[in-house]
Ligand binder design. Structure first.
Ligand SMILES: [Mg+2]
Length: 348
């Protein structure tokens, strides 16, 4: 089938706070074909990425044939090369991710296959999910046995907030649960060492995004110093070329590519293959959303999918209709073609 139109849109989000979608400027990409089949993808980069898709990628995509996964990979390489002078990382690759995911959705719909079948052999019926957020009591009631809480460093007193939050999570979820901490680049090398010591009784599975993501040597050093807690990260890295540096420096003990930012499923497959050859586990950022979940169930990703349930009474923008929801701490993609979701046109 031939591509006849490509449009990126920045949705009209209503729940600005605490919606992570708005915070991360997620965009929707729509690709139309001469067969009448329409693919939808999800990218990052906000209105700047919308411009990249509509004013640059669109003209390169019109008329291109998409008949198999090789065509999608060739298209990825074309857009990556064309955007090299201003791209390689960040907004251009977040835009490319949206296009790539729309093409996988399109091909799945054309072949009446879920995307996980196009990726490879399904090796997980469902994925163990972990709840990221602050409402640990509610997550426990929902059946989650794995949880990650956000922690931001502002001053010395935050040692005690980390201890009390970790202690509360352990008390509610029990000794067997996985408990992780995401610092969103707010700790330092020294803070991470201090936390490792202060939190040693709570058996934290990983510390995520502890320092500037370009501080690869520092993270490599920290890996040895805070073991067995893992240094996790990668949501701010892009494509297999970016991950090659993480691999070369042994910076991270667990990789977390965001499939809607790092270059889509095409990049995700390449990154997971690299990690697998090195024996590094991969748990995609927000992997419980369909874009990551289809990769998790059909690849060598770890059996661990991140979901963001929010809080018990919180509001969310329902942008994608038909998204699977976790049950008793596990989540599985539907068998519907493509990614199996429809976009809520009311938000476009
Ligand atoms: Mg994170």
């Amino acid at each position: 089938m031939k591509i006849t139109d490509v449009r990126a849109v920045y949705p009209k989000y209503k729940n600005v706070v605490p919606s992570w979608r708005t915070h991360f400027w997620q965009i929707v990409v729509r690709v139309e074909t001469d067969q009448g089949i329409v693919g939808f993808g999800y990218g990052g980069g906000g209105v700047a990425a919308v411009e990249v898709v509509n004013r640059h990628f669109r003209e390169l995509l019109l008329g291109k044939e998409i008949g198999n996964t090789e065509d999608i990979k060739k298209t990825w390489d074309l857009l990556y090369s064309a955007s090299l002078p201003y791209g390689r990382k960040g907004i251009a690759i977040m835009a490319l991710s949206g296009v790539d995911l729309a093409l996988w959705d399109l091909l799945g719909k054309a072949e009446h296959s879920p995307v996980y079948e196009l990726i490879g052999t399904r090796n997980k019926d469902s994925a163990r999910s972990y709840a990221t957020g602050t409402d640990v009591e509610w997550y426990s009631e929902l059946g989650f046995t794995a949880h990650k809480f956000p922690h931001r460093w502002t001053s010395e007193k935050d040692i005690s907030t980390a201890i009390s939050t970790a202690s509360n999570a352990r008390n509610i979820l029990g000794q067997e649960a996985l408990v992780m901490i995401d610092t969103y680049m707010s700790w330092s090398f020294e803070t991470t060492l201090q936390m490792s010591e202060s939190l040693k009784d709570f058996n934290i599975y990983w510390f995520e995004d502890v320092v500037n993501p370009d501080a690869l040597d520092a993270q490599s050093e920290l890996r040895k110093l805070v073991a067995p807690t893992l240094i996790a990260g990668g949501e701010h890295e892009f494509t297999e070329y970016g991950y090659q540096e993480i691999a070369r420096t042994s910076a991270l003990g667990l990789w977390q590519p965001d499939i809607t930012w790092c270059g889509g499923i095409t990049s995700g497959i390449r990154i997971v293959e690299m990690a697998h050859s090195l024996g590094i586990p991969v748990s995609p950022h927000r992997g419980g959303e369909v874009w990551g979940l289809h990769l998790i169930v059909s690849s060598n990703c770890d059996n661990l999918a991140e979901v963001l349930p929010g809080t018990r009474n919180g509001n969310k923008d329902e942008l994608w209709v038909g998204e699977p929801v976790p049950e008793n701490g596990y989540i599985a993609p539907t068998e519907d073609p493509g990614f199996g979701v429809e976009v809520n046109e009311m938000l476009l």
